[in-house]
Write a protein that binds this ligand. Structure first.
Ligand SMILES: [Zn+2]
Length: 300
């Protein structure tokens, strides 16, 4: 049997919120079996399930909410948890967003590995795609379809020298998420950042937590972490958004110019069609990394 996984012990960090610019404390706690990823507004005492049904906004990031309580930018930590195959965690934040850290999922990978990953005495559950589900909107599209393991391919195509016609593909049963994807930072254009900040948004945004571009190239002194870092970040976002299905997905995703809004719509469309998926308990001893997608051991 492949078992569910949680953290060995709680761990804490703090950082600033991308949108508010305020300092936020983040505490990760081990979660009970079958509880999934639960976000907690510790300042309000409200739990919000890390599930697509909780999504209330997808404009600049993925925001979940319950009543008046909301938490923005959940996708990078969701992505890190999916990438490390962690099933059950409680994530406390004392504000309305998850701290942006360096704009990638890498600090969360480090945090989760410091907390340690332990197995729980119940079989892991996965959501296996049985039928193709797709969405199209102008020149944007995305689809999920049956495949062994977990694969994500993405076409980034903005009219910009670094961002046009950039296609990336990952098969996570063969390529390590932590090494290949987790370090890719979010990105934005300098003119957009300035406009957002005038409107009171992205107040915490800076070159410390994003790749900032002008018309010609990258403004950050250190340059890029991967030549195709921006496309890899779209994969990182997608992995996080897809985990809002409530279970790790066994299947393949293909996106062209899609983002949080379409990712979340796609997961909703998938869940709405009960003939398109099945929840499988990995009770047998036979499930291999290849069938599962993500590695079931902790990567180095
Ligand atoms: Zn992102």
């Amino acid at each position: 049997m492949i078992k569910q996984r949680t953290l060995d012990h709680a761990i804490k960090c703090s950082g600033i919120g991308l949108h508010s610019g305020k300092k936020i404390e983040l505490v990760l706690h081990p979660g009970e079996v079958d509880t999934g990823i639960v976000f907690v507004r510790s300042d309000l005492g409200v739990d919000i399930q890390g599930h697509v049904d909780s999504v209330v906004d997808t404009k600049l990031c993925t925001t979940i909410g319950h009543g008046e309580a909301t938490i923005a930018t959940v996708e990078h930590i969701m992505s890190a948890l999916a990438g490390l195959g962690v099933d059950n965690v409680r994530i406390e934040v004392n504000g309305a967003e998850v701290p942006v850290m360096d704009g990638s999922a890498s600090p969360f990978i480090f945090l989760i590995q410091c907390a340690g990953i332990v197995e729980q005495n119940k079989p892991k559950k996965v959501l296996r795609i049985k039928k193709r589900v797709s969405l199209e909107e102008g020149n944007k599209s995305c689809a999920l379809y049956p495949a062994s393991g977990f694969r994500v391919s993405y076409l980034l195509d903005y009219p910009h020298p670094l961002l046009s016609d950039c296609k990336v593909s990952f098969d996570f049963s063969r390529q390590g998420y932590a090494r290949e994807v987790s370090r890719a930072r979010t990105f934005g254009f300098i003119h957009e950042v300035e406009a957002l900040q005038k409107a009171g948004l992205a107040l915490g945004g800076s070159m410390d937590n994003a790749v900032v571009l002008d018309k010609y190239g990258v403004l950050n002194e250190g340059g890029l972490r991967y030549a195709d870092e921006c496309a890899r970040h779209k994969v990182l976002d997608t992995v996080g958004d897809l985990f809002l299905a409530g279970y790790p997905i066994v299947g393949a995703f293909e996106g062209e110019r899609s983002g949080h809004a379409m990712n979340c719509q796609l997961v909703k469309a998938l869940l709405a069609d009960e003939s398109a998926w099945v929840i499988e308990e990995l009770k047998g001893a036979t499930a291999t990394t290849e069938e599962l997608g993500f590695s079931v051991s902790v990567p180095n």
